[in-house]
Design a protein around this ligand. Structure first.
Ligand code: PRX
Length: 630
């Protein structure tokens, strides 16, 4: 399934558009182990949304990610774990060992009542047990819902309750940089409002004292003693759910994006092999947390499906200093490095001294994901990290797409700074105007949609198929709408310009403005708020909140801190506003709609052209807002 030159890419792309079914059927049947081969390839309808790939095929993704490699290359390292403390030993786990560990923990899950189709919430730091928990859940046909370790108790509870998880897997604590973070304690707080949870399995990481509730809580290590290290993989239908991953949209609470076994497997494996051009023996390092889609598809599943060696890092890029990534690359002789623009910008800001004496000569491919990679950061990444020798793959995709959609193939597609370049085979992008009319030709801008299903397209939003339909398939009937704006230049290259809806991208994390507003509004004494994103040098976007209080605050700085605390408690520290401006009113139209366009302009510091404000109920609030702008 590996494309090795540009002509082969063009040919594959052509085939994938002319006959997508045949294209994917060949890849799916020739490169994976199916317990029962599929005979139906694709059944789809973007209007009354439904997509089924390889529907009557049967498989288990872990047979493909583990068993076949454990048989053919048992001593190849599957996972390298680099701990938070640079002095602590890293751990290498071979395919044979990983299969055993996953099988053993799968038996622990079974012994604790987890059955096929049950939901399992995983709230853990970046330690091998996290990857093992994910794979063990998949092995027995249960559905994992990984919740990023930085989310609050309230966010965990919302996610657990939405999909009625039966079991939670966590740790006693976590370490990130020089901070110790409670995990079990946060889970305990969440579980006060989660009657569906029957068992909590706790892995030990920090030896922090934790409460262990009789009948509910069990230690990972102890439970493992009682089960065997072999566990046959549950045979799944291709369209059975594999996992749920919650992500933010422009309205309401985060939704549970559902991906299924067969299509996800095929697409994650295919895109990993082609975008990164992984060669046997390469060490691949993805800096994403497994709590996000990048960690699912390109730290765990994509690499393991390809028999690759995947490095996971527990800590942060700036601990003990801003040379940590470069140190890891040098020590583990990393060949392929995949990170986020926010990390690149932040490390660039620390200066080049942290690169001194770091041997980066093993690097062959550099990747970027999560937000636009601006030109300055692109050049620094290219010159200082890649030494001008490593192609940069700027990969555009989303939680909903589950795999990379628009990206260069490393060393094959000619790159261009700040461009995601060309669609992968099987991906049919289309730009539309506000009315949904296709914008043809090159040198154009529009809203990015996809007109044909690829194997790992979102199947539904957990428990609410209508929401899936209305969010992605109703704005432009017949098309999947990404929520992103996009330009196609004269060469037909794609450049993603950012979200066109009320979703912010803060350090590559997706956060809905409505979510932050709801959190702020729940703080005592707050009447209303409006939140917008604004350009931020390091984070890409920062959060700017306009807040109306019941009474003029006596101690505005204290109140700001309290609001930050509330947002942190309700969502998590990643959603804390960077700027809070107290205002007496918000610019609203006569029908009561907030004109966010104006708020965005003020937050950007560009008040020269606010556009038409004549439809505002009270234009004078705009003056006040401009005067008080931060
Ligand atoms: O706006 C796009 C941006 O991140 C959004 C998806 O966020 P999430 O579901 O959290 O997944 C992030 C990791 C895949 C997109 O709608 N985005 C992602 N990659 C890029 C990007 N924007 C520009 N360039 C990218 N390479």
């Amino acid at each position: 399934m590996r494309i090795t030159n540009i002509a082969a890419y063009q040919q594959a792309y052509k085939k994938s558009v002319e006959n997508p079914e045949q294209f994917w059927a060949k890849i799916a049947s020739e490169n994976f182990v199916w317990d029962k081969p599929f005979t139906k390839i694709l059944d789809w309808n973007f209007n009354d949304y439904k997509v089924n790939w390889f529907e009557d095929g049967q498989l288990n993704i872990t047979t493909n990610a583990l068993d076949r490699h454990a048989a053919n290359q048992p001593n190849t390292v599957a996972l390298i774990y680099e701990p938070n403390e640079p002095g602590d030993d890293s751990v290498s786990i071979t395919y044979k060992e990983l299969l055993e560990k996953v099988s053993r923990f799968a038996n622990v899950l079974k012994a604790n009542g987890v059955q096929k189709g049950d939901r399992v919430c995983i709230y853990m730091p970046m330690i091998p047990e996290l990857a093992i928990a994910v794979l063990a859940t998949a092995r027995i046909g249960a559905i994992h819902s990984v919740v990023f370790g930085g989310f609050s108790a309230q966010s965990i509870a919302d996610r657990i309750n939405d999909s009625e998880c039966k079991v939670v897997i966590t740790t006693d604590g976590a370490v990130r940089g020089n901070k110790k973070i409670p995990m079990k304690e946060t889970v305990d707080e969440a579980l006060v409002t989660c009657p569906c949870v029957e068992k909590v399995i706790v892995a030990s990481r920090t030896h922090t004292p934790v409460s262990m509730i009789k009948g509910r809580d069990i230690w990972w290590k102890e439970a493992e003693q009682e089960v065997s290290a072999t566990c046959p993989a549950e045979i799944m239908n291709a369209e059975d759910p594999l996992f749920i991953l919650y992500t933010s949209g422009s309205t309401g609470k985060p939704k549970g994006v559902v991906h299924t076994c067969g299509g996800y497997m095929v697409y994650a494996a295919y895109t990993f092999a082609n975008v990164f051009q992984y060669n046997p023996g390469d060490v691949y390092f993805c800096t994403a947390d497994i709590g996000w889609i990048t960690g699912h598809s390109y730290l765990v599943y994509g690499p393991l499906l390809n028999g690759a060696t995947s490095l996971m890092f527990e800590g942060i890029p700036t601990y003990p200093d801003a040379g940590r990534f470069w140190d890891i690359i040098a020590r583990h002789k990393v060949n392929i490095f995949y990170t986020a623009p926010t990390a690149i910008r932040s490390l660039m800001g620390f200066g080049d001294s942290f690169l001194e004496n770091k041997d980066l000569s093993t690097l062959r491919v550099l990747g970027s994901v999560g937000e636009p990679l601006n030109e300055e950061a692109w050049h620094w990444y290219n010159d200082k990290i890649g030494k001008g020798n490593c192609p940069i793959v700027d990969t555009w995709w989303q939680t909903e797409t589950a795999g990379i959609m628009i990206s260069p193939l490393a060393g094959i597609t000619e790159t261009k700074p700040a461009f995601a370049t060309l669609p992968l085979p099987g991906v049919q992008p289309i730009l539309v105007d506000e009315n949904g009319k296709e914008i043809e030709g090159n040198g154009v801008n529009g809203n990015l949609c996809i007109k044909y299903p690829w194997p790992s397209i979102i199947r539904t939003t957990w428990g609410d198929h209508e929401r899936c339909k209305s969010t992605y398939f109703s704005t432009y009937p017949g098309l999947y709408f990404t929520g992103d704006g996009c330009m196609r230049d004269e060469d037909g290259y794609y450049r993603i310009t950012g979200r066109v809806d009320d979703v912010m991208n803060i350090s590559g994390h997706r956060i809905g403005t409505a979510e932050v507003e709801n959190a702020i509004n729940s703080h005592t004494g707050i009447v209303e708020s409006a939140v917008v994103g604004y350009p931020h040098d390091i984070k890409g976007q920062g959060i700017y909140a306009y807040v109306i209080c019941e009474h003029t605050p006596e101690h505005p700085d204290l109140l700001k801190k309290d609001i930050l605390m509330t947002v942190s408690k309700i969502i998590g520290p990643i959603a804390k506003p960077d700027k809070i401006q107290f205002v007496s009113g918000l610019p609203k139209t006569r029908s009561g709609k907030i004109m966010r366009r104006i708020l965005r302009k003020v937050a950007e510091g560009d008040v020269s052209n606010l556009g038409d404000t004549s439809t505002l109920l009270d234009p004078s609030v705009v003056e006040e807002i401009i005067e008080g702008a931060l």
